[in-house]
Design a protein around this ligand. Structure first.
Ligand code: GUN
Length: 306
């Protein structure tokens, strides 16, 4: 019999333990598949509706990954591919149809939208109980109140990574100094609120932060979500910090890298997420989790976030 606890964790060349998002996401998808199977015994099948507007190749790849995950788990997916000339009114009409459709539990409009579409109006039109991206004011407000319902998938995935990795090492964010680099609605802000909810002492850094190196150097947890390749230098990282890299960029050599200089940071970090294979797969897994949660909640089958 294989004792999984005896398998040593993977380490980066620099010495830091790798937090394997791919493996964690696969485990979560497996758990969700079992949940969806149970739901189907009661005649319930979660449904996710996804809108892709325009021809952005990266967005098409992301949407493809989301649809594939739905298939794996047993979630019904509905996909609308719309031309780049779609108007805000047309997109809102589609969202209204999905809002009214009881077989649709989650609605996702892939961002960024083409120029000319009012992203804010579109995001706010999604019914809060189907807002599986958690970008709307209702869900973000609930998170700010410390009573999260549907939480943005990337920061939700980061918290799940910290929780699962922490459980293996008797480690928790509680009481730790955390620095979040980036203040977007999609990642930085909800990330900071989630860490705060987990009792970390949280600093949000951004493009106007005076001494980014100094702030990062104080952190026991670093979440890099600035959208700038290798912004976070390895020498900035405090010895023993846990480093989560949300960034994804294609370098001149064609390879994917993150917001953190991985090779240098892994000389100092205790644990670090790779790019690719870190946060990315977790984002999709948590979208699936949110869809199942939305389905359960809409049918009065139990809480959404624990
Ligand atoms: N574009 C990049 N990441 C995301 C995401 O998490 N949700 C949506 N809707 N669009 C994205």
């Amino acid at each position: 019999m294989t004792d999984s606890a005896a398998i040593p964790p993977p380490f980066a060349a620099g010495g830091a333990e790798l937090i394997d998002g791919r493996a964690m996401a696969a485990a979560i998808r497996g758990e969700l598949r079992a949940t969806v199977e149970k739901l189907s015994e009661n005649g319930v099948r979660p449904g996710l509706a996804v809108a892709l507007v325009g021809e952005d190749p990266a967005s098409a790849v992301y949407v493809g990954g989301k649809i594939k995950a739905c298939k794996e788990i047993g979630i019904r997916s509905i996909e609308a591919r719309l031309s780049a000339t779609t108007t805000t009114a047309q997109l809102i009409e589609l969202i209204d149809d999905w809002n009214a459709d009881d077989s649709v539990d989650g609605i996702l409009v892939q961002l960024p939208l083409p120029k000319g579409i009012d992203t804010q109006a579109v995001v706010e039109r999604i019914a809060p109980d189907k807002d599986v991206d958690g970008f709307g004011a209702d869900n973000l407000g609930r998170l700010a109140q410390g009573k999260p319902r549907l939480v943005a998938c990337t920061p939700f995935g980061v918290m799940e990574m910290l929780k699962r990795w922490g459980k293996l090492h008797n480690w928790t964010p509680a009481g730790k100094r955390a620095v979040v680099v980036g203040r977007s609605i999609t990642v930085g802000r909800p990330m900071a609120l989630l860490l705060l909810g987990a009792d970390a002492t949280v600093t949000i850094c951004h493009s106007r932060t005076a001494d980014l190196a100094g702030a990062v150097g104080q952190a026991e947890i670093v979440v890099a979500a600035a959208g700038q390749r290798h912004l976070i230098q390895g020498e900035w990282i405090a010895q023993g910090a846990v480093v989560i890299d949300v960034g994804i960029h294609r370098g001149d050599d064609g390879k994917l890298t993150g917001d953190v200089d991985f090779a240098a940071a892994s000389q100092r970090a205790r644990a670090i997420t790779p790019v690719p294979g870190g946060v990315g797969p977790m984002t999709i897994a948590m979208l699936m989790a949110n869809t199942v949660s939305a389905c359960r909640q809409r049918r009065g089958l139990g809480p959404v976030t624990g």
